[in-house]
Design a protein around this ligand. Structure first.
Ligand code: COA
Length: 157
């Protein structure tokens, strides 16, 4: 799925080393697992949908979500843009692209995302895509929800 030259694609075996080499910036390590951890986790979890984020021919980030058939809620639980590629609008476009992909899943009605309450970049990014904060989970992470039925007015620039 593409948004402004940014595509979100299933992870190919050949991408793995490059994805593991991506890293977040100083001070962001507590906010998301490493891609090596996430890819290892995905191998053990049939519901995990790991995705590479590409801008043109560059691999710039990684995200992972789940959308089990038995649930109307998709959960995006990993999202990162490489430190060298942050602040250029790629995260916003990758989020728009994965929301298009998720919107194409007939059983999904809402999308949930979670982040640490002090992660201001994540809060602003998700809020501008239409996510509404609904409270903290048992681990103290902020949960925010996007109702896809009302997502037509979503900002996708
Ligand atoms: C959150 C993250 C994915 C954003 O990716 P990005 O490509 O840098 O974001 P964009 O350039 O598309 O910016 C989109 C919006 O995010 C917010 N944002 C991005 N960086 C920010 C920063 N350093 N401070 C505050 N807000 C920020 C802004 O609202 C921005 O919109 P604006 O430019 O109109 O103000 C990236 O910072 C990242 O990988 N962080 C570490 C991992 C993480 O925290 N993941 C989320 C929790 S799972």
């Amino acid at each position: 799925m593409g948004e402004g030259g940014v595509v979100v694609e299933p992870v190919r075996a050949a991408d793995r080393a490059a994805l593991e080499a991506l890293s977040t910036a100083e001070g962001q390590a507590d906010w998301v697992a490493t891609n090596a951890e996430s890819l290892a986790e995905a191998e053990q979890d049939a519901d995990a949908r790991p995705r590479a984020i590409r801008a043109g021919d560059r691999l710039v980030g990684f995200l992972m979500y789940e959308a089990p058939e038995a649930s109307g809620t998709a959960k995006i639980y990993r999202f990162m843009i490489d430190r060298a590629a942050q602040g250029q609008g790629l995260g916003r476009r990758a989020l728009a692209a994965v929301l298009v992909e998720i919107s194409g899943l007939a059983h999904v009605r809402r999308v949930e995302i979670c982040y640490m309450p002090d992660n201001e970049a994540a809060r602003r990014l998700y809020r501008s895509a239409g996510f509404v904060e609904t409270g903290l989970d048992e681990d103290g992470e902020q949960i925010a929800v996007l109702d896809l039925a009302g997502a037509d007015r979503r900002e996708t620039r």
